[in-house]
Design a protein around this ligand. Sequence first.
Ligand code: ADP
Length: 244
Amino acid sequence: MTKPVDPKVLIVVKDLHKVYRMGEVEVHVLRGVSLKIEEGEFVAVMGPSGAGKSTFMNILGCLDYPTSGNYVFDGQKVSALNINQLAEIRNRKIGFVFQNFNLLPRMAAVENVELPLIYGGIPRRERKERALKMLWAMGLKGRETHNPSKLSGGEQQRVAIARAIVNQPILILADEPTGNLDSGSAAEVMAIFQRLNSQGITIILVTHEADIAQYARRRLLFRDGKVVEDTAEARVQETSSRRL
Ligand code: ADP
């Protein structure tokens, strides 16, 4: 009999705290967040404004450090990495998708998608080929040379997703990716995330909307800098109580 292969743990955070100091005032934004996320998970991060969701995502994306606590990403202790190593991880292993798309307005769609490959030192011809392939996979044939202002919101977000995945990341971090989209475009974008997830990419997305969170298989609820609900834990408890 073959032993089942354990899924690989991609993210381990332990007792994360984040404190911002503004003059005399300390703002305690994360208050002890501990959890694991396995490769291939699709996680929705929810919670009221100010709960610490973006701060948590910035730490996961190696854009910010916690004040205390540990973060291990893909087997590497993030606090031990220097600025160049962090930039390398962001460029190679993580794709970012934002609410307002963050495309460069004076560049064509294909040039926006090429950007991470320029930073990665990929030669020009290969860059263009890979960027075009990504755009086509996002259903954007015919839009390659359009500037963002000539594209709809849904199309701009699909360009942004093409840019996020052109380096074949293992993780996508998306902060309210459907926040500026009509419901039809939002559904299209979520279907793309589902497809990418089924190909093995881990996805973590922040959303306020319950119907968007439905696309994820695990939900984390943040309140006052803590995770107050984690559906993965509920599943684990269910399984172990069934065993008793
Ligand atoms: P959420 O994404 O859940 O809305 P955030 O992580 O953006 O929450 O912010 C949590 C709290 O931290 C907010 O009260 C916000 O004002 C504060 N905060 C975020 N970033 C900074 C910063 N750079 N300096 C000071 N306070 C900050």
